[in-house]
Design a protein. Sequence first.
Length: 608
Amino acid sequence: MKINFRINETGEKYLFFLLFLLVWVYVIFRAAWSPITHDEAETFFIYIQPGKFIPPDAYPDANNHLLNSLLTNISYKLFGNSLLALRLPNVLLSVLYFFFVFKLSGLLKNRFNRWGFVLSMIFCHFIIEFFGYARGYGLSMAFLAGALYHLIQFYRNASLRNSALVVVFLIPALAANLTLIHTYLLIHLLLVLFIIFNFRQIKRSVIVATFAIQIFAGAPVLYILAKYSMVLRSGGALYYGGTSNFWDATLGSLSAVLFRPLPQLLSYLFVAVFAAALIIFIFLVIKKFIFKKENLFYFIFPFLLGGNVVMTFVLSRFFGVNFPEDRVAMYFIILFAGTIFFLCDTALISSKRWRILLFTPFVFIIVQFFLSLSIRFTSYTPEYRVPDEFYNYLVDESAKRDFPPVIEAYRLHSTEWYYINSGKGNKLSPITYEIFPSASAEFVIADNKEFPDWNKYYNELMFDSQSGMYLLKRKAAIVPQLLFATDTLMNQSDSMEYFNLIISDTDTLVGRNILFTIDMQVRAEAVPFQTAIIAAASGADGSTLRTQALEFERMQPDWSANDGEVIRMSMLLPQIPEGTNRILIFVFNKNKVPFRIIRSETRMYSYF
């Protein structure tokens, strides 16, 4: 029997459209203006810029969200490396998410449930925020919503079109976020179970075609991506997640991003509402409501939510897989919302009071949306953002001297710093971070957690309230002492792997800071030019005790101009350790491609 639920009121449709449009405009502004995140910058430099994101050629890391890397690479080639260009695929596919939120809401008969579901999904800032990043989480939510809608439609109408579209949307969802592998399996299981229990009522052609699609499309993709996931895990690349328990790692981390003022309260509300939903579901089973063909689709969301929770526990208990945290657990939000609002849409929940009580957690989520409204704020590693005001201040400071100042920060700032710096003409040196906080650099970017006693050595210049970061300047003046100076050039291009600039055999610099300044003109045909200047302190056994790298491909990919490209940078080896007997700085040509140093002036200084 074909069942049709429709949103009948034209005004309601227009209001939905207006809300979606307003939120989409917000997504566009955020994509253009919110600071680049550490993971986005890493994805860009490791996968997008070199174009190597397809396994096994790609560097094995969970940061490679395959679908996101593919789409972002296409956008990069078409539109360049601006923030909006890199994030454009997510921005465009947010429309798909809005569309299927609208379509899913249309399956709900009760207006309160319909609006509750829509508002919870489009005013969940945590989800919406990720459509403004070049990451796979937002993409996965868009395609998952599509798969869920067509799965419900298949339960209601059992058409080949819907069973095929379930797989069509599931494949990119999994390719965007490998954590959805549980959901992928469970949805395929739901397809199979429905066919088994309704074998006589479904057309044979639909059954055969559905199984064929699962066998020849769904299963191979699952095998390939599951195998890739195991490769990542065996290499220690599936590192994100919690090891404690589901309450702290998954529920606690989600509550913290969904309602920042009182995350623990939201955790308890989630549990209370989940318990109520479980009771409702059990009652529906006892009453045999859930087993009537026309009501089977109400079973889908509870099954997927409960199944994911169970599989998470099983994988953690028997295979040591981490519990999903915050963004990795994002799919639980739509499964939880779907469970509550679809169960509330049954005839059992007729009281508006009960609907309002079950809606309570989502009120907090919606409130958090409006508390978080900002085109600059990021809940995604906010502590690693580099405020523009800090960068601009340091650029002005650098303009007053021959070489950029040395800046120290936590290591996870370094990649986004490269991205910001390259977009503004590489006016500053790369960040020093090896033994952060060393109190050796002239300037430091840090928060109170990373550098709690900074006021002993530094004065505050600026503070950014959104990230909690300070820009600090060292109290003690830096008085560098020149140790070595070399002028170098190459008369012609060469493919040598290493080219030394300075080698100093010494054991008298222990405890001192070694500063290098480089003024170099370089040319290379390879794009990207994957080469680095490496400064290092090594021991008698050849071990590296201190190091810093200046990576050419992260400054700019193309160094093929006829006259080459000029770089003027400073590099620091802080607090040379005991056992050091050699300090050197050299060019490391990673891929042994032809390059030429047209000229180079390198200076080596020491200071306390």
